[in-house]
Design a protein around this ligand. Structure first.
Ligand code: AQP
Length: 333
């Protein structure tokens, strides 16, 4: 059955291995299936929920697009655009924010993590961000949303909003209730410095993540310095549960090779981390280097990148404004 795919990535710089293995690699697989209709969005409205330097934001929008293309998404097949160019996203988000309940948003753990101790100083946008995300998805009658594990709760909220709108206005299945596509394994890649924390763009230490623009030396150095425990590699996957750093590195290796942790544990059972790290670096360089070279090349082709975003936003706008018009009619505007 053909799927309608929508997903987004924030243009907040430092796109990393977590973004790649948790999301972008899956975008590529879905894009390769001729049956699917895919829309991939550079979600710049989401990016400004925390402070952004305007000049850097503009560069990061192009860089996110370049990363999509360098990873293997075909802009001729899929629609790729930046969110701020399609005003229906903001307009639909307002209407949906009148459907979503405060209690639902109060439960969002990502807001609590990102706002930290000083919630009073967080932007209102950071708090209501999941409603905008629901608008992004629902405007395109999306059936499936490929995301990393950290977005699971936001997708559940999106489903709740769709169902409440359909019920409140008695409009049957006007909003399609989308399914999350979250990989069972490797959907949460952890920091190289702390196996209990998500690999993240905003983490201060660059050693905590492999950036998709890192060169060979940087990759090798980061893996060499990646935290491990003092034991040799485990002999069974069960042992991994108590060893978060080992679990993460084995997961990264398995995911890059489209394998699974069990096979990798068997292969390296009882060996030293130094041997394993050498193999991991090799695979990382093999998989990430071509992407990083292509990103750097594409970043010199600003006109090409801007033309893709323009064409993508025109196509997205056509779809989104039609749906928005129906939403407006339903609510009585
Ligand atoms: N560590 C991760 N493991 C697996 N998937 C991840 N994703 C992000 N980090 C990991 C997935 O990547 C997609 C795009 O994420 P995003 O750019 O929209 O925002 P994010 O989740 O906020 O990414 P970061 O790196 O964690 O940014 P900061 O540091 O700003 O919070 C999503 O599908 C996400 O699940």
């Amino acid at each position: 059955m053909s799927k309608k795919i929508f997903s987004g990535v924030q243009p907040t710089g430092n796109l990393h291995l977590g973004n790649y293995l948790g999301a972008i690699k899956n975008f590529v697989n879905l894009d390769n299936d001729k049956e699917n209709e895919c829309i991939f969005c550079v979600v710049d409205l989401h990016a400004i929920t925390v402070n952004q330097d305007p000049k850097k934001l503009r560069d990061n929008i192009r860089e996110t697009l370049a990363t999509f293309i360098a990873s293997g998404i075909d802009p001729k097949k899929s629609i790729i655009f930046n969110q701020s160019k399609v005003s229906a996203h903001s307009e639909a988000a307002w209407i949906l924010s009148c459907v979503a309940r405060m209690g639902w948003l109060n439960r969002m753990t990502q807001f609590k993590e990102k706002a930290g101790k000083d919630k009073e100083k967080a932007s209102v946008g950071l708090y209501s961000y999941p409603v905008l995300m629901a608008a992004d998805i629902l405007l395109y009658d999306t059936t499936h949303v490929p995301v990393g594990d950290d977005q699971k709760q936001h997708l559940e909220l999106c489903r709740d909003i769709a169902q409440k709108f359909n019920n409140d206005f008695k409009v049957g299945n006007f909003f399609h209730v989308p399914e999350p596509l979250i990989k069972k394994e490797f959907s949460r890649i952890m920091s190289l410095k702390d196996g209990t924390k998500k690999m993240s763009k905003s983490e201060l230490s660059d050693l905590s993540r492999i950036n998709l623009k890192d060169n060979k030396e940087e990759i090798v150095n980061k893996i060499k310095k990646a935290k491990t425990d003092s034991l040799p590699l485990p002999t069974s996957v069960v042992e991994l549960e108590k060893r978060p750093e080992a679990k993460n590195l084995i997961g990264i290796y398995a995911s890059l090779l489209n394998s699974n942790s069990e096979k990798i544990v068997k292969e390296f059972s009882g060996k030293n981390f130094s041997d394993f790290k050498e193999s991991l670096s090799q695979v990382l360089v093999e998989k990430i280097n071509p992407i990083s070279n292509e990103i750097k090349k594409l970043l010199n082709e600003k006109k090409y990148l801007d033309a893709i975003l323009l064409e993508g936003s025109e196509k997205a706008d056509e779809k989104a404004s039609k749906k928005l018009k129906k939403i407006q009619e339903i609510v009585g505007f």
